[in-house]
Write a protein that binds this ligand. Structure first.
Ligand code: SF4
Length: 104
């Protein structure tokens, strides 16, 4: 499935979320890539990375990508079930983590 233009537009409002992965803690099991392959992908190094809306793997440390609203449930489930506790979902507006190990 590809990310639609409407999903990108939604990332500009106050409720917009973004997600990043701490590869130092990633176990490489691939749960996230199974749940939301449009957002997460395993690289040949065996670790998971987020992808840009145009499907490019983002490998800079702490790189974020917008969470497309139609995939919010899949991304949140990935963060909840990530065995490495290393998927962080935060608000774009104030960078507060809302799902993941640092969420309140
Ligand atoms: S679910 Fe977590 S530990 Fe597993 S591959 Fe994805 S980021 Fe890594």
């Amino acid at each position: 499935m590809t990310v639609q233009r409407d999903d990108l537009a939604s990332s500009t409002d106050d409720a917009a979320l973004e997600v990043w992965i701490d590869q130092d803690l990633c176990t490489g099991d691939g749960i996230c890539a199974q749940y939301a392959p449009e957002v997460f992908e395993l690289d040949i190094d065996g670790l998971a990375y987020v992808k840009s809306a145009d499907d490019e793997l983002l490998q800079d440390k702490g790189a974020t990508t917008p969470v497309p609203l139609p995939l919010l449930a899949e991304v949140v489930d990935s963060a909840k079930e990530c065995p490495g506790d290393c998927i962080h979902v935060r608000r774009v507006s104030d960078r507060v983590e809302v799902y993941g190990p640092d969420a309140e």
